[in-house]
Ligand binder design. Structure first.
Ligand SMILES: O=P(O)(O)OC[C@H]1O[C@H](OP(=O)(O)OP(=O)(O)O)[C@H](O)[C@@H]1O
Ligand SMILES: Nc1ncnc2[nH]cnc12
Length: 179
């Protein structure tokens, strides 16, 4: 049995597995995919803290259920920046991103059908975890390129440097574990 970090998130008790991500660093892995209770409760708790908005934007993958649920309970519109281009995505635009969990540079894409709707809209950017803030910065870049007005940045757990940022709305802090 590995080690766990116990915490309560929006009233839900969870044990997050401690996982190595480099020779010097471990993270408590938070995955809300498959967890309906935490998705519904964190979406409601975050919406209560967020400013009014027209659309919620997230990045594939683990932010998707939260983003959908916040839109379902709130503004009814959400956009997902994808990590690869599919044949059905017209005129995709991309930015580059390297998050704490990946050792290579990834790309985030928006297709024309997504970005056409962003101009002049009040955009709330959400993710399950914000850590280095690189994924957030990449989403901000995409949204701004298409005229979106970023009114808020929100996540369930703020980890590492993100915990100290006053412009990020979050529910709970999450420590990094240095070896
Ligand atoms: O602030 P950062 O250092 O950018 O880290 C945060 C990002 O890392 C995780 O995604 P990940 O890159 O692991 O991809 P996944 O959601 O596709 O699993 C998380 O869901 C955020 O999107
Ligand atoms: N603690 C964490 N769990 C899952 N994904 C993450 N991305 C960045 N930090 C993370």
């Amino acid at each position: 049995m590995g080690e766990y970090y116990k915490m309560t998130i929006a009233g839900c008790e969870r044990e997050l597995p401690i996982c190595p991500i480099s020779d010097t660093l471990d993270i408590a892995g938070f995955v809300m995919l498959g967890d309906v209770e935490i998705t519904e409760k964190t979406a409601a708790a975050l919406l209560a803290k967020c400013p009014e908005h027209d659309v919620v934007v997230t990045a594939e993958t683990k932010g998707i259920p939260l983003c959908y649920e916040m839109a379902r309970q709130g503004c009814r519109r959400y956009i997902v920046a994808r990590k690869s281009v599919k044949a059905y995505m017209r005129n995709p635009i991309h930015v580059e991103v390297k998050s704490i969990t990946t050792d290579h540079v990834q790309k985030l894409y928006l297709a024309e059908d997504d970005y056409r709707g962003l101009n002049g809209k009040r955009v709330l950017i959400v993710d399950d975890v914000i850590s280095t803030g690189e994924s957030l910065a990449a989403m901000e870049d995409l949204v701004r390129q298409f005229g979106g007005n970023i009114v808020g940045r929100a996540c369930v757990l703020a980890e590492g440097d993100a915990k100290d940022r006053e412009d990020i709305i979050y529910l709970e802090p999450l420590p990094l574990f240095f070896k």
